[in-house]
Write a protein that binds this ligand. Structure first.
Ligand code: FAD
Length: 331
């Protein structure tokens, strides 16, 4: 028998009692996939509950490692969500055995056991899996975009709208994501320019509402050509049906539609939409034992580190309850 359960606590033994004895791979209570805010919070609570968990991730910190803060501005927040993520990250780094920096390539599910495979040939098994792989976005890929990343250009206006009180802001995007950001920004900024491409997927009613906002100028059929400036981006060139126009602003946001990073689930779970994993209120998917949290789920709508931390912690506590129930049933 090669079931690798570290029986260091009565709690761990309680949960481990139900493991089948025929597996040759390393068996855990829980495998967490993704080391961003949601995955790190889940790992912290899994450690607290003394679960035998393994976190597999490409990196620790997720998007918090490269949040595109548009400009260096004094942030009035006393404790930022990034500070909390840094604490969780350093706690996990002390538990070297509990994580591996690997990319998960596939998950399979048979007889109530999940098998998780990674790009480095890792193969681990568990009774529960928590997917916290976040969401991906696209760049415009126009001149100046990379040069001014975090030097005038950001990717999440709603995360930084409070820093642009009374200022002028330019946004571009192709879906309701940018409309919601524009509404949020219009509350804080002095003036806002929104450029939408012809083939946008914006909801008509929401767009009509944005057009009524006094401080917002909407450029429909606009194509962003380039960003320019000195040390920081100060201007954007937009091609519109009535010719090319240059807009100056204090901040520029590229808010193209995002997608859930859920390709690794293709063999276990079928769902529609832009990759966002459907979960119930506990974070569980349609497959018992398969949970998801953070930006990768269809419940994440606020694009905020604090929300992802909360979802990770909450889903983890539901995983714990699920495992306890399993253990009770097998005893
Ligand atoms: C486009 C975008 C921009 C944002 N910008 C900001 C911002 O500027 N400021 C701000 O405060 N908030 C921002 N947010 C919000 C915030 O960053 C996110 O809400 C938060 O990071 C989500 O946490 P998460 O743990 O769900 O995902 P993420 O932080 O994305 O973490 C996902 C983790 O999963 C890992 N991973 C992914 N796939 C695999 C795989 N196959 N195998 C192993 N590991 C994998 C990644 O390496 C990463 O560690 C942004 C959100 C989005 C979508």
């Amino acid at each position: 028998m090669s079931v690798a359960v570290k029986a260091v606590s009565p709690q761990k033994r309680l949960l481990a009692v139900s493991w089948p004895v025929c597996y040759s791979l390393t068996m855990h209570d829980l495998i967490i996939i993704g080391g961003g805010p949601a995955g790190l919070a889940a790992a912290a609570y899994a450690a607290e509950r003394q679960l035998d968990y393994l976190l597999l991730s490409r990196d620790l910190g997720g998007k918090c490692n490269y949040l595109a803060r548009p400009v260096e501005m004094e942030d009035p927040s006393q404790v930022t969500a990034k500070d909390i993520v840094t604490i969780y990250k350093s706690k996990l780094e002390c538990l070297r055995h509990s994580y591996r920096l690997e990319t998960v390539t596939s998950i399979s599910h048979e007889g109530g056991v999940f098998s998780v495979t990674t790009d480095k040939g890792g193969a681990d098994q568990s009774r529960a899996v928590l997917v916290a792989t976040g969401a991906g976005t696209r760049r415009l890929d126009v001149p100046g975009e990379l040069q001014y990343l975090s030097r005038g250009i950001g990717y999440s206006a709603c995360s930084y709208s409070h820093l642009f009180r009374g200022k002028r802001v330019f946004l571009t995007g192709d879906s309701d994501r940018v409309l919601n950001s524009t509404i949020e920004m219009s509350i804080q900024a002095g003036s806002v320019v929104l450029s939408l491409p012809t083939d946008n997927e914006c909801t008509r009613d929401l767009l009509d509402y944005v057009k009524t906002l006094g401080c917002v100028e909407v450029i429909t059929d606009g194509v962003v050509m380039e960003f320019s400036g000195g040390d920081y981006a100060t201007e954007v060139l937009v091609s519109a049906p009535d010719g090319e126009r240059r807009f100056s602003a204090d901040g520029f946001f590229v808010e193209l539609e995002t997608h859930g990073n859920s390709a690794l689930l293709k063999d276990v779970l079928k769902f529609h939409g832009a990759g966002y994993v459907p979960v119930d209120g506990s974070g569980m998917t349609a497959i018992p034992g398969l949970f998801a949290a953070g930006d990768v789920t269809d419940r994440s709508c606020c694009e905020h580190v604090l929300a992802a931390l909360g979802q990770g912690a909450s889903a983890m506590l539901c995983v714990y309850r699920y495992l306890r129930r399993l253990a009770a049933q097998s005893n």
